[in-house]
Design a binder for this molecule. Sequence first.
Ligand code: NAP
Ligand code: 3JN
Length: 346
Amino acid sequence: MNGFHVAVVGATGAVGQQMLHTLAERNFPIKKLTLLSSERSAGKKVTFQGKEYTLEKAEPEKFEGVHIALFSAGGDVSKELAPEAAKRGAIVVDNTSAFRMDPNVPLVVPEVNEADLTKHNGIIANPNCSTIQMVVALEPIRKKYGMNKIIVSTYQAVSGAGAAAIEELETQSKAILNNEEFSPSILPVKGEKKHYQIAFNAVPQIDKFEENGFTFEELKMINETKKIMNDQKLQVAATCVRLPVVTGHSESVYIEVEDENATVQDIRALLANAPGVVLQDNPQEQIYPMPANCVGLNDVFVGRIRQDLDNKRGFHLWIVSDNLLKGAAWNSVQIAESLVKLGIVE
Ligand code: NAP
Ligand code: 3JN
C-alpha cells in the first residue's frame, strides 16, 4: 500500500486547519483525503499539498474505506459519527472529550503511554490540550522519582476556544484601543448565560461549572492525568484561567515527588533528554518559556524549575506549548504515526 485513506472531521476549524498543516508538514502517507464539515461549509474548497479538495458534509457513509479518521468537530459530532466510522473499519482519533474517560477507549500521549494504542476498539481519544503538555513534562520526573501530588494553574490562549474566540479577542482589543463599544458574545463559554471581556483581562472560567465548584476543563485535567499516568491515587488539582493570548497555553505546576533525593539539577538533566520536551531554564540569563516563542512548534517547553522552600520533595515548574499543535493536531497526527509504526493500521 502506498498510503492511507485519511478523513479529517471539522477540517475548517481552528484545530482541523492545524491538522491539515501537520499532516502536510509530516508528509503523512495519504492515498486519499476526505475533508468533512457541517452543512455550512460543505462545497467550499480547501487546498492541501497543492491540490484542491471540496469539503463534504460529515455523515456515516463518508467513512466507507477510511483507514484513519481525525475528529475535531465537537463532542456531539464525535458521539454520533465516531462509532459509525469505527463500524466501517476506520480507526478514529478523537480530539473531543466524548470518549476520553470511557474505559474501553485508550487516552494517549505517545511520549507517555503509546503502548495503550494496542488496546483500541476502533476509537482512540486525544486528551485535552492542557493535560497533554503537562503530562509530557511530568512523566519523566514521575517515572524516576515517583509522584504524589500535582497542583496546576493554567494560563490558556483563546484559540483553545475555537476560531470565533480568536476573532472575539482581535475585534475586542481593537474596539477597546479605539474607545469603541463592544459586546462579548463567545468567551468564557459559547452558549453560557454570561459573557465577559477577554481583551486586557483574565477570566477564571474555562468550560462550564460542575456541582463541586470546579469547571469541566479543570476536571478534564484532573481525571485525564490520572488515566494517562495510570495512577488513580495521584492527587491532582487544577485552576484553569483564560488570558488574552492567541496561541500557546502556559501552566504553573507544583509537584510533590516520592523520592527525597530529587534535586533541581537532576530534574533539569532528565527533562533536557526527555522526548518532546525542550528545557529553557536559565534564570541568570532570563531564559524561560513564553507562549509567543512556542507558536508553530510541536514541543513542550519547560523552565523556572525550583525546589519548594518548605517541602524538600516539592518542585515548581513553568510549562508552555502550542495548544493547537502538541495540545491537539500534532498529538493526533503523532498517534496516527504511532499506529502506522506499530502496524496497528493496515
Ligand atoms: P472551531 O474552530 O469552532 O471549529 C469547529 C469545526 O467543527 C468546524 O470545522 C465546523 O465546520 C465543524 N462542525 C461543527 N458542527 C459540525 C457538524 N454538525 N458536523 C460536522 N462538522 C461540524 O472549533 P475548534 O477549536 O477547531 O475545536 C473543535 C473541537 O475540537 C472542540 O469542540 C473540541 O471538542 C475539540 N478540541 C480539542 C482540544 C484539545 O484540547 N485536544 C482543543 C480544542 C478543541 P463548519 O465550518 O461547517 O462550521
Ligand atoms: O479551552 C481550551 O483551551 C481547550 C478547549 C478544549 C475543548 C473545547 C470545547 C470542547 C474541548 C476539549 O477538548 O476538552 C471540548 C470537549 O469537551 O470536547
